[in-house]
Design a protein around this ligand. Sequence first.
Ligand code: NI
Length: 176
Amino acid sequence: MAILKIARMGHPVLLRRAEPVADPTAPELRRLVADMHETMADAPGIGLAAPQVHAPLRLFVFHVPGGEPGALINPVLSPLGEETEDGWEGCLSIPGLRGCVSRWKRLRYEGVDTEGRPVAGEAEGLLARMMQHETDHLDGILYPMRMEDFALFGFTEELARAAAATAAVPRPEPAA
Ligand code: NI
């Protein structure tokens, strides 16, 4: 296992559409997934998409607080209902910053795991937000490109200070 270098905003690999994974069970892919888990834990983050570690492939790993760690290969997301939710996001490719982004509240996800088995389920809350953030990475989209109000964008440290002072700003979520 190894800790991989994380691409930062401005690197072209983050703006490209990633390629589908042809063989989810290939040994080199398993190694990539294991390294991505280690890199995400080290960062630390709750999600990490392959393009963020310079691998332009459609997969991400995740570990949301209170849940199990996992990987989703060739993910497809579809909204459940029309409800959206505003929430704070961070990104390991945009260190030190947080922004407020509107996302689907509930969704259905499909994909395959590292054994090549189909995976499907429903997600909401932080899990659904993380999945949308990571799947955006696979399409070359970074969260600031989704933002509607740049007044709700700032340094994590300053936002946390403001939140502590006024309780008006929600606690920034972990980076993904
Ligand atoms: Ni990110």
